[in-house]
Structures are given as C-alpha cells and as structure tokens.
Design a protein around this ligand. Structure first.
Ligand code: NAP
Length: 433
C-alpha cells in the first residue's frame, strides 16, 4: 500500500513535536496503522536546522502546500484565526483530511468548517485542541458512546489551575503567582485568554458540542475569570471544606443546556478538587456508567503532539478502509446536531459563596440575612472573620437558588450603607449527581 502523505503547517511547540514524534516512533506507528506515513511538505517561514527535514519540501506558501496532489492529510499547527481558517478551507476544498489543535478557530468558526468538511466528505480531527494529552474527545465519541451525557465539568486551563493551586498552598496573591506563571512559560505575555476563561470557554464549546450533539456556540458560554479571586477567598473556602477551581461546566438541564466557565467552590473530597498545578482533569457524568474522571497534562509540546499524532493515525486507518484512499467515515454527523437552547446565566441554579465586607455596625448581619430570607434564599453556613483594616468580612454559603434571585439579593446587600466594596460571589457545585 502506498504511504499516506502529510503536510505539517507550523513547526512551533506542537508542530515541531508532531514532526519529531512521527520520526522517532515511525516503526511503532507503522505497526499500528499497517501503513507508512510520509511527511512530504512542511510549512515554515524560516529555516529550521534544529529539525530533521531531509527529503521534505519546505515552503512559506501554505495555501500552495494544501493544494498539492502529494498531500492526503493537512496538519494545521500555526494557530490563530487568520490565515489558519482560509488554509483549512482550501485544504477541505481540495479533499484533504485535516488535523488541528486550533481550539479558538474551531470554537468560533467550527460550524462553517465542519459543514464544509461534511460536504467534501473529509474530516477535521481536533483531539489536540482540548486538554492536550487527555484523549477526552475519543472518550466521549467512542468510550462513552452508549451513554447520554448528563454533565461534564473540567479543569481545562492549566495556567489558571496553577495560579489557584499556588494561592491555596502558599497563600500568595493572584498577581504575584501570575507573574511567576509568565516567567515559567505557562502563561502568555498577554494572559487574558487563560485567566479570564476565554481559552477554557473555547474548549468547553467543543466538548459540549460532542457531549450533547449541539452546534458550536462559543458566544453563548457564560465566562468569568479568576482575576477577582483573592487569597482570602481561597482560605475561607478551605475553612468551609471547599476548594476554588476554575471550571468549565456543561450540563443538560430541564429547559436547555448550561454552558459556563467560572471560579467554582467544590467539596474538598471531590477528585477534581485535588487536581493541582498545571494538570487538567475532566469529570463526566453519563447515564449508564455514572461518573468518570480523566486526568493528565493539558498542554505542552509532547502531550499536544501525542493527541495530534493519534488523530493522524486514526485518519490513516480510515483512509486505508476505503478503496480509493480518499473516502472517509463521517465523524460528526453534523446535520443531525440539535439546536437545544443554551440557558442564560440568570436561569442557572447553584449554591453560592458570598463575601461581604461590612462596617462593624450592630445589626448588619441581621440586615443581610433578612434580605436573603425575603428572597427565599436559605443559608447553609456563615463565617464571620476577624476585622481586616476596619472592615469585617462576612462569608455566607447558600443552598442552591436560581441566579436571577441571587442577582437581586446581591444588589440589595450592595446597597446597604454598611457594605464596603464589591460583594464577591463564587458559585458552588457538589458534583455529586
Ligand atoms: P507556536 O509555538 O507559536 O507555533 C506556531 C508556529 O507556526 C510557529 O513556528 C510559527 O512560525 C508558525 N507560523 C505561524 N504563522 C505562519 C505562517 N503564516 N507561515 C508559516 N509558519 C507560520 O504555537 P503552538 O504552541 O505550537 O500552538 C499551535 C496550535 O496548537 C495553536 O492553535 C494552539 O492553540 C494549539 N495548542 C497548543 C498547545 C501548547 O501547549 N502549545 C496546547 C493545545 C493546543 P515562527 O516560528 O516563524 O513564528
């Protein structure tokens, strides 16, 4: 059988990793696919003497590469929306299979790209786009295929998890740990995507689409970052038996789907609460199997390349099943995706942690509890902390309540004359059912 021919576009952290992995493990991979993989082209805009590119054509004209007849699979690893989108479109139009790690592009333009891929009977494989080394796409598509997914909750941004772990273990402030994360190369120079939850929202968009068969709806994900979390909140949560994690949550609710990324209090004994540092983990609650959790490195050249090469191997197998080497098994059944509504934030129900800084006036606590009880919000625990700079922090944990009611309560507490600064709210999930 003739080799399957590959073009790798972008030789950065992941692209360079994919090239090296394919070269180092060529014998193993051939044994697993029964077919040789030949890298015929790489897209690079500068010489790469550090890589073995012998016998491989090099060019900075990526559109031209994807049109070449000696390319069966295009591996897009340049990142960003443009020109990546146009290059993938051109590849699909030329009948090429596509592998990508580009979560931003798929979350924002995936509907268009997957539809086009279906029309041209090719696949876009993207295991590497979500949680790096954890094969979560494969798990949901294959391992859990018999189940109805009820919900999934994941730590899907390693940088954010590193920051929260350091804040908890060492009592360090957010800014200080963020600076270290940048020095260690975990966070980008512009860390917005990581700490404000945009990167996690991209990944959640992809996960929810597979879990529930819904179109990609990045613009409907409620997204809140971790930059307002203080070391104080982390410590209070700990005293109450909880950990704060930055979770991406997708849940099938009665009237629609919840899609949200925000800091979340979870019970300390939950496995997700004990995922520390840059590690990622995703808990999935599914109808037949119950709750399972998948854990591992969420980023980095090795883990992400491992996922991309696994996709390449799958495609090589698919290509080999077909007579002429061009057909393939449709992977997303995109036309059957159902447009279930995504619930607005105000309709989501959860428990809450509230931190209110108040002046030391008699009756303040009674005012706060009265507001909550008038709105039907029951209190689960109250923690009154020692005075901090003339203010007394009151921490309240509530039972689950619809978010619109909590908005009302917070507005009223905020308006009390004794309240100082912003009322901090962190949502709470038991992750049990
Ligand atoms: P990277 O290290 O910045 O690599 C990108 C490479 O693409 C660079 O070598 C760059 O070339 C090259 N490139 C960009 N535009 C090009 C163009 N027009 N023509 C030729 N080459 C071009 O990025 P990365 O970390 O490998 O990320 C690649 C993709 O993987 C992104 O979509 C990212 O979101 C995704 N991803 C990365 C990780 C991770 O841990 N790194 C994890 C999950 C997903 P120059 O060197 O000349 O700039």
């Amino acid at each position: 059988m003739k080799p399957v021919r590959l073009a790798i576009l972008g030789l950065g952290t992941v692209g360079g990793g994919v090239l090296q992995l394919l070269q180092e493990n060529a014998t193993e991979i051939k044994r697993r696919t029964g077919r040789e993989i030949q890298i015929t082209h790489v897209g690079t805009r500068r010489p790469r003497p550090d890589l073995n590119l012998e016998g491989i054509q090099q060019s900075d004209n990526l559109l031209e590469i994807v049109r070449q007849p000696d390319v069966d699979i295009v591996v897009e690893l340049i990142g960003g929306l443009h020109p990546a989108k146009d290059i993938i479109i051109e590849a699909i139009k030329h009948g090429k299979q596509v592998v990508t790690a580009n979560k931003a592009l798929l979350a924002e333009h995936g509907n268009e790209l997957f539809t086009l891929a279906d029309q041209h009977v090719v696949q876009i494989a993207y295991e590497a786009a979500v949680a790096g080394g954890i094969p979560i796409i494969k798990v949901m598509r294959e391992g859990l295929a018999a189940n109805r997914i009820n919900w999934l909750a994941g730590i899907i941004n390693g940088t954010g998890n590193f920051i929260l772990t350091e804040m908890r273990e060492k009592g360090r402030p957010f800014e200080d740990v963020l600076k270290e994360a940048q020095e260690l190369g975990y966070a980008e120079a512009d860390p917005t995507f990581d700490v404000e939850g945009i990167d996690a929202a991209h990944k959640l968009t992809l996960l929810a689409s597979i879990a529930f068969g819904i179109p990609l709806q990045f613009d409907k994900v409620y997204t809140e970052g971790i930059s307002k979390i203080t070391a104080q909140d982390v410590q209070y949560a700990e005293e109450l038996g909880f950990r704060i994690k930055h979770l991406g949550i997708a849940r099938r609710a009665e009237k629609g789907i919840e899609l949200r990324v925000h800091p979340t209090l979870i019970p300390k004994e939950q496995p997700l609460a004990n995922v520390n540092g840059v590690q990622n983990a995703i808990a999935v609650n599914a109808s037949a199997v119950g709750q399972t959790m998948y854990y591992g490195p969420g980023a980095g050249g090795g883990p992400t390349a491992s996922a991309a090469v696994a996709d390449i191997i799958d495609l090589v197998r698919d290509i080999s099943y077909t007579e002429d080497g061009s057909g393939t098994i449709p992977q997303l059944a995109f036309e059957s995706l159902k447009d279930i509504p995504i619930l607005p934030r105000q309709e989501i129900t959860s428990g809450y942690y509230l931190r209110i800084n108040v002046e030391d006036l008699t009756g303040v606590l009674a005012d706060v509890t009265t507001i909550l009880s008038h709105l039907g919000i029951s209190i689960d625990a109250i923690l009154q902390q020692p005075r901090l700079k003339n203010r007394i922090p009151i921490v309240i944990m509530t039972d689950p309540i619809v978010e619109s009611k909590m908005d009302e309560a917070i507005a009223k507490i905020q308006a009390l004359p004794a309240t100082h600064g912003e009322v901090i709210r962190i949502r709470l999930e038991s992750l049990e059912h």
